[in-house]
Design a protein around this ligand. Sequence first.
Ligand SMILES: O=C(O)CCC(=O)C(=O)O
Ligand SMILES: [Mn+2]
Length: 208
Amino acid sequence: MSASFSTPDGFRLLSGYFDRPAQEALVASIMTILKTAPIYQPVMPRSGRALSVKMSNCGALGWISEKAGYRYGATHPETGQPWPPIPEVLLDLWRAQSDWPDLPEACLINHYDEKARLGLHIDADESATYAPVLSVSLGDSAYFRLGGPSRKGPTQRLTLHSGDVVILGGASRRFYHGVDKILPGTSSLLPESFRPGRINLTLRRVHQ
Ligand SMILES: O=C(O)CCC(=O)C(=O)O
Ligand SMILES: [Mn+2]
């Protein structure tokens, strides 16, 4: 494991942080989570149009996109059940890499199929604005787009592979980023029903 890419702004890409057996164990815990908190189809604020990414969450709070807006909530919007806890291995990742005293309350589970993408955005629904955001890539590789503090500034493309960890820390916590596309068929990790596809787990501290 090495910091294969980092910027002076606190952005870090830890390539291959999780080896294949660790990725398999993580996928198994995510599949268990999805049995009680099924992947659902979120919609965009106002328009109510479907996002191309499907979602679920684990942790005390989940990030929810719905017609009324974005929010953090303690229960699944369709089942009304509390989100399952965040797997210990992800809390270990947070303890090892976040440099933040409090544990994350939220872990967003994004599932990208071969057509899904995520437009440029800033993670801005947390009051803990200085706590870093950590995310784990599982399954097919993806083109990740990293910009800067303004939407119109220059961007660069990074390829994220299964097992990679991305850290938006320091100033980069407020940088625009998104996912241009996934590269179908580049990984055999995920169960058949999730392929071609990519799962991204995003750990966030919500409250200061
Ligand atoms: O899928 C990714 O790598 C990024 C996900 C993301 O930025 C988000 O869910 O806010
Ligand atoms: Mn984001």
